[in-house]
Design a protein around this ligand. Structure first.
Ligand SMILES: Cc1ncc(COP(=O)(O)O)c(C=O)c1O
Length: 361
């Protein structure tokens, strides 16, 4: 599909082939999954498979994934559902205190304003520091005896800042305060492991990771009490009413699996865990970022290509990546030898003697 220079993958991503194929499911598996006949069983199986695929993507149990119509619904549900389950909305309820970061998406900030207006909740909006982060110490300083819920996004939708979610989760777990994370801009773009991060609920949306629009979900840690947002026919184990969007959900599952494959290639997880690693593309890119961002990979000179037929474009790229990752002087000739170790001496790229084929240095 020609994308004509489309770069705004934070707004939405194109739908991947795997998801398109799964969407075709709607043509054949059209039955209502709540039905009691054989056709319905197939639709039910499609939902179960998608639940497993999505759960694998975030390392949760499949029983901890509930499907929604997207990120907005998931954020609304988590915040309102948790507060309702904690009895924060009753007439005689003590006014609850809620903390959100001031840089949350509108689907969190608007819910916070709604809670203030309608339920007299007290809302604290935490400003980020100069780096755009909301630290655990900032959250700790804002806690009150009646704080019921904290919501901080994992990745910011405007500037991509990663928030210290793991530290905030550890702080709140000690105090028994519910921690919701808007993971919409993170899930499918970086490795997200809900066990490692430790949040109680986390929202995600398929259209941010090559799935269709209008479908997403909420991770709900086992044991978390959550009132339904949509009451109805008892779907999603009674937590969300409404006939499931089977084809869209199946497509989200397929996109989740495809994205996982891509992510594993791109980064083994070192980027987010802070581990040092020399094996994946992400680590190579980070190590070479200063070079790569300023200097584009030069075109493979034709004289090199003709001098060595083995000097293919892939080798040229591999050499560039390795050299910049190890901060060595870039030496494309290293790639013509079987050893990929870079020579620290002069390179044919800058040395006319070497370029003419003579030895130098
Ligand atoms: C951080 C964040 N949260 C929530 C949403 C809302 O998700 P959806 O469009 O699926 O309702 C978005 C959408 O852009 C987002 O960027």
């Amino acid at each position: 599909m020609p994308l004509h220079g489309y770069f705004d993958y934070n707004a939405t991503t194109p739908v991947c082939d795997e998801a398109v194929q799964a969407l075709r499911l709607a043509e054949t598996e059209f039955a209502n999954p709540s039905g009691k006949y054989a056709l319905a069983k197939k639709a039910k199986e499609a939902l179960a498979l998608a639940r497993e695929q999505v759960a694998r993507m975030v390392n949760s149990g499949s029983d901890e994934i509930a499907f929604t119509s997207g990120g907005t619904e998931a954020n609304n549900w988590a915040i309102k559902g948790v507060l309702a389950a904690q009895g924060a909305f009753g007439r005689r309820a003590e006014p609850a205190h809620v903390i959100v970061s001031a840089i949350e998406h509108a689907s969190v900030l608007e819910v916070a304003s709604y809670l203030e207006r309608i339920f007299d909740c007290e809302v604290t909006r935490l400003k980020p520091d100069a780096e755009g982060k909301v630290s655990a110490s900032t959250v700790a300083a804002a806690l009150k005896s009646n704080t019921r819920l904290v919501s901080v996004m994992l990745v910011n939708n405007e500037v991509g800042t990663l928030q210290p979610v793991r530290q905030i989760a550890a702080l709140l777990r000690e105090r028994g305060i519910h921690f919701h994370v808007d993971g919409v801009q993170a899930v499918g773009k970086i490795h997200v492991d809900v066990r490692e991060l430790g949040m109680d609920t986390m929202s995600f949306a398929a259209h941010k990771f090559y799935g269709p629009k209008g479908v997403g979900g909420l991770f709900v840690r086992r044991g978390v009490r959550l009132e339904p947002l949509l009451h109805g026919g008892g779907q999603e184990g009674g937590t969300r009413g409404g006939t499931e969007a089977v084809a869209s959900i199946a497509a989200m599952g397929a996109a989740a699996e495809a994205t996982q494959r891509m992510l594993r290639k791109w980064c083994c997880g070192c980027r987010d865990s802070g581990r040092s690693c020399a094996g994946c593309w992400s680590s190579a890119f980070r190590a070479s970022r200063s070079t790569v961002l300023r200097i584009r990979m030069p075109r493979r000179p034709t004289h090199l290509a003709s001098a060595s037929p083995a000097f293919g474009l892939r080798r040229w790229r591999r050499c560039w990546t390795r050299c910049t990752a190890s901060r060595s002087r870039w030496d494309p000739l290293a790639a013509t030898t079987n050893s990929l170790r870079c020579r620290m001496s002069c390179s044919p790229w800058v040395c006319p003697r070497r370029r003419s084929g003579a030895r130098c240095g």
